[in-house]
Write a new protein. Structure first.
Length: 307
C-alpha cells in the first residue's frame, strides 16, 4: 500500500501522461516534467499511439527527447549535424515529421528504429517553424522571417513536393487543420492575427478571412480539439487561449511559465493538453473536456475510426 501511495504522490507532483493526470480538475495546469529537462526553447510536441510525448531540444539543441506515460524522460534521437527541430507532427503512428528550421528541411523519423531522413528540402524557405497534417499526409508549414516580421505558408505533398500557398504574410507561426479537414488556421505572431482558409480538394487554400485578432501578446503553436475549438499558445502572457470555431474566446488557461510555445493532445482519453514552456524548459499540462483532433487521427490510423 505504501508503494502505491508513493507512486500516486509522484504522479500528482509531476503529472504522468496517463492515469493520475485524468483525475485532475479541468483547465488547471500541472507539471509533467521539472524545469530544465528541455532547453529554454522547448518546442514540438507530439504524442504517439503508445502515449509517448516527443519534444525538441532535450538537454541541448539538435535533439528530440521523449516523456513516457509514467513520467520518466530520456533522449530519443540526436538530429543530423546542424539541424535544430521545431514543430513535430505524428504520421500514421510510426513516423514523426519534424520542422528543421536551420537546414530548411522537413525531417522524417521512423519511431521504432529511430532512423532519420530528409523527407523534403527547400532552400527558398526562411525557416520551417510549425507543421500541420491531414489524415492523408498533406503537410502545411509556417515559414516566418522573424527579422523582417514577414512569413510564408507552404504545402508539402506526400512525395515531398512544395507548393507556396501565400507569401508576404505577417510572422507566420502556428498552423492547424480543422477536424473535418475543410479549414486551415494560421497565426501571425507579431501581428497577433489568426487567419482561417478553406481547404480545396487539391489541398490548396482559398477564401482567407480573419478569425481572431488579439490586442496584446504574441502567439506560437496551436491545435484543435475534435469539436473544432482552437487552443492557441500566448507567448509571454503565459496562457493557452481556447477559441471557438467562430473565433470567440471561450477561456484562457493560466500556466506556470510565461512562454508557452506549442501544444499537443494525449492521455488515455485524448483530453490532456501538453504544453512546451520555453522559459522553464519544461512540459506543463492541463485537462480539457474534449479530446484533441490528433487523438482522433491516432484512432483513425489504427483502424478504430471510419473516415
Amino acid at each position: 500500500m505504501k508503494n502505491v501511495v508513493y507512486v500516486i504522490a509522484i504522479g500528482l507532483l509531476f503529472g504522468n501522461l496517463s492515469g493520475v493526470s485524468a483525475q485532475r480538475p479541468f483547465y488547471e495546469s500541472f507539471d509533467v516534467t521539472p524545469d530544465s529537462v528541455f532547453m529554454t526553447w522547448a518546442e514540438g510536441p507530439a504524442v504517439d499511439t503508445d502515449g509517448v510525448l516527443y519534444a525538441v531540444n532535450y538537454g541541448h539543441k539538435g535533439t528530440i527527447g521523449l516523456v513516457k506515460p509514467d513520467g520518466t524522460h530520456e533522449l530519443f534521437v540526436n538530429l543530423p549535424e546542424g539541424s535544430v527541430g521545431n514543430g513535430i507532427r505524428l504520421w500514421k503512428n510510426k513516423t514523426l515529421f519534424v520542422a528543421d528550421y536551420t537546414n530548411h528541411n522537413i525531417l522524417q523519423i521512423n519511431i521504432p528504429d529511430k532512423t532519420i531522413s530528409v523527407f523534403a528540402h527547400n532552400d527558398q524557405m526562411n525557416q520551417p517553424n510549425d507543421l500541420a497534417i491531414t489524415s492523408e499526409g498533406v503537410i502545411y508549414a509556417s515559414d516566418p522571417d522573424w527579422e523582417n516580421s514577414t512569413g510564408n505558408l507552404w504545402m508539402i505533398d506526400q512525395e515531398g513536393n512544395f507548393t507556396l500557398l501565400e507569401s508576404g504574410m505577417g510572422t507566420t507561426n502556428g498552423v492547424e487543420v480543422s477536424p473535418d479537414e475543410k479549414h486551415l488556421y494560421v497565426n501571425e505572431s507579431n501581428q497577433r492575427n489568426v487567419w482561417v482558409y478553406d481547404i480545396s480538394e487539391d489541398g490548396t487554400v482559398a477564401n482567407k478571412r480573419l478569425l481572431k485578432k488579439f490586442e496584446d501578446y504574441g502567439m506560437d503553436g496551436m491545435r484543435c480539439d475534435i469539436e473544432g475549438n482552437l487552443y492557441v499558445t500566448r507567448m509571454s502572457k503565459g496562457t493557452v487561449a481556447v477559441l471557438s470555431p467562430e473565433g470567440k474566446l471561450i477561456r484562457e488557461v493560466v500556466l506556470k511559465g510565461d512562454k508557452p510555445t506549442n501544444v499537443a493532445f494525449g492521455g488515455e482519453d485524448g483530453k490532456t493538453v501538453y504544453v512546451t514552456v520555453a522559459d522553464r524548459g519544461a512540459i506543463e499540462a492541463f485537462r480539457t473536456e474534449i479530446p484533441g483532433r490528433s487523438f482522433s487521427l491516432i484512432k483513425l490510423w489504427n483502424g478504430e475510426l471510419d473516415r
